[in-house]
Write a protein that binds this ligand. Structure first.
Ligand SMILES: *Cc1c(COP(=O)(O)O)cnc(C)c1O
Length: 393
């Protein structure tokens, strides 16, 4: 066996081996498996974006290495959108950097700020790249629990006591996997936390446009002073059904943006320019695409919600993202409940513990599958009844 570097062995084990194996087995048996495990929009990228991409694809000036900091025309569109949407002023020359999907930037950022053994504050449960990027840089993830009784927001007072010497704080609202949202007053506290502790804040706003019931989610950069202490990651993946294209960006603090650009200039050569031009088209959208998508997710949310409630499952309707973060009965393990859903009803959900220890006690359903399939999934959930009808939780 060829020995791998320690950093690889330090990555957490892949938790879904058993579920994946069972899923493959069921498919082989001819079972009709419904996969609500992965958060990847099922609807296609809108036509007006495809058109722009095809045009850009035929332009040979896009066939060479992209410019170092990304196309100025894209950065200008991002700045324009931040101003219109959040009232945030960004300098396209220094405060915005396109990424090969926001995951790429998130995973590379610790290389710029974390020395071996350094601590990084990471929400638990969370989107995995905050943790794995930290580990690959030799850092030590410190779990910041997100608890239901605090609406899945971190206790910043408590956190301030652990913050000394930490190199970064990751946050993500609207949140994957809990679907929690944040308001401006929370972001004000975050900025105060950053100013007081000196820990740079990295906020991931990938779901800021996927909100329901009229909610408008703020950007962390809206708080005066935010740019001095942090950055925001964002992406077209979720709002424009572009997960396969790999286009996102980081914006905010210009030193941090520069540091990440320096790491990246030594690793990749940026986003294919035709895809950057597709991104430009997305920013010029009238808003009708998002409106349509939100209606679709709302329908799916309501279908699931109705069925879960009918079986006595204590869920609240999600206000953002396309994830249903569903509590399981006390004393049961999320992996075990996910395995039961799969075995008995051929339904894939993600065990909460896969997002961190504080995710135990929950499973996550993703609504990113066709509405007809959500309907069928809801029927199966009603049949299984994970929660006893009269429960004590
Ligand atoms: C999906 C997702 C992203 C987007 O990732 P891309 O690399 O831009 O596709 C970022 N953050 C969170 C929390 C996500 O769930």
């Amino acid at each position: 066996m060829i020995p791998v570097a320690r950093r690889l062995t330090r990555l957490p084990p892949y938790l879904f081996v058993e579920i994946d194996r069972m899923k493959d087995e069921l498919i082989k048996q001819g079972r009709d498996v419904i996969d609500m495990g992965v958060g990847d929009p099922d609807e296609p990228t809108p036509d007006f974006i495809l058109k722009a991409a095809i045009k850009a694809l035929k332009d040979r000036s896009n066939h060479q290495y992209p410019s170092n900091r990304g196309l100025m025309v894209l950065r200008v569109e991002i700045a324009r959108w931040y101003k219109k949407r959040f009232g945030v002023i960004l300098d396209p020359a220094t405060e915005i950097l396109p990424l090969i999907g926001s995951k790429e930037g998130i995973a590379h950022l610790p290389l710029a700020y974390v020395n071996p053994g350094d601590r990084v504050l990471i929400p638990d449960p969370c989107y995995p790249p905050y943790r794995t990027g930290t580990i690959l840089a030799g850092g030590r993830p410190v779990a910041v629990p997100l608890l239901a009784q605090n609406d899945f927001l971190p206790d910043l007072g408590k956190l301030a006591k652990q913050a000394k010497g930490a190199k970064l704080l990751f946050l993500n609202y609207p949140n994957n996997p809990t679907a929690a949202t944040a308001d401006l007053s929370f972001f004000r506290d975050v900025v105060r936390f950053g100013q007081k502790t000196g820990v740079p804040v990295c906020h991931d706003a990938a779901y800021s446009e996927l909100t329901y019931d009229g909610l408008r989610h703020p950007s962390f950069l809206q708080v005066p002073g935010a740019k001095e202490i942090g950055i925001e990651f964002h992406s077209l993946s979720k709002s424009y059904n572009m997960t396969g294209w790999r286009i996102g960006w980081v914006c905010g603090n210009k030193e941090m943006v520069s540091a990440l650009a320096k790491v990246k200039s030594n690793i990749d050569s940026g986003v294919f320019q035709a895809i950057q031009m597709a991104g430009v088209a997305a920013f010029r959208d009238s808003g009708s695409h998002l409106k349509r998508m939100l209606k679709i997710y709302e329908t799916r949310r309501d279908l699931m919600h109705r069925s879960l409630r009918k079986t006595g499952w204590p869920v609240t309707p999600l206000k953002a993202t396309f994830y249903l973060w569903a509590p399981i009965p006390r004393g049961r393990k999320s992996k075990e409940v996910a395995a039961e859903l799969l075995r008995k009803e051929a339904l894939v959900a993600t065990p909460g513990v896969g997002f961190g220890n504080a995710g135990e006690g929950y499973i996550r359903f993703s609504l990113s599958i066709p509405t007809q399939r959500v309907k069928e999934a809801a029927r199966r959930i009603e049949r299984l009844a994970v929660w006893p009808r009269r429960h004590s939780r």
